[in-house]
Design a protein around this ligand. Sequence first.
Ligand SMILES: [Ca+2]
Length: 363
Amino acid sequence: MDFNIVQRLGNRLAIAAGTAALLACGSPSTAQREIVQPLPGVDSQVSQGFRTYLDSVAARARREGVSQRTIDAVLPGLSFDESVAALDRRFAPTPAGQAFPSFGAEMAKRINAAKIRQGRQVYADEAARLVAIEQQTGVPASIMVSIFGHETSYGTIMGSTDLPRALATLAYEGRRRDLFEGELVAVLKMVDMGVPRSVLRGSYAGAFGYPQFLPSVYIKLAKDGDGDGKAEIWSSRADAFASIANYMLAAGWRRGEPWGFAVAVPSSLNVDAIANREQVRKCARAVERHSEFKTMREWKALGVYPAGGVWPADDKVEASLLITPGLDAQGYLLTRNYRAILDYNCSNYYAMSVGLLADGVRN
Ligand SMILES: [Ca+2]
């Protein structure tokens, strides 16, 4: 059984044939040089095309209600970011049939004693706020802390790429223009909302702040967690936790259910007979590794039992079975809450490591 590793937003698509041609176009005419200053390392025809493209983005932003003041303050200052374009081209989908790294090796890269220790410290430092948010939302404090740890190493690595410039570059490249143009307009809306231009920094693919939200996610789901009325997810841990919990709620988190747990699977279990036949809209490649959903009562009847010996209190909780690949194969029953973590970042490696680190932080 192989395993599905899915890169973050923007990494999945094959390279559009047009991109290389676009970047390799010939020398500009003198007239073009007078109109557009060439950028270091980038052909001026790219700059000119980029500028024309930004005019169309400005028109869209105006239609969507962004103020002219914000448009004038942000868009004219942007230039094509060749380093962002190069990073985007470097990632490609995992080809079908290619071996995935072993589960144990991948988890060891993502979770270690230091990361658990740091998570416990964050948990202790922020306990009052975390508990309050958990009581309000049903999302466990340990899950919020674990996502914070995974996304930005507990707030220490948030990315320093200029977001409007990166999003404009990715949108202009065109491989996922629908996504990134929408995010570029969303980042303009954030400026209209009063978010300082100076904090609009993040990953090359447009994620920013402690929870690494995309701008559209920020607009929809960011929350104030410390009571000052602002959702400052780049500087307030409380705001970041409240926002992560709000994201999980929106993704269908169910109060009182675990994310999942390790199980022993009897050799008599016919895994093919319980294969997942569900048609899912999102994250299909990760979900197709799972079995169909069954209740805890049904799993018990099939002879599956928790490696730690403790079943969820409610027999009607549903879970699917995932058996990790490799010599260190391990079965896990994964509830609907695991799907909420997958919604945050569509990779089984990601969701498993969020769950396992949360367990380590809580214990
Ligand atoms: Ca706040």
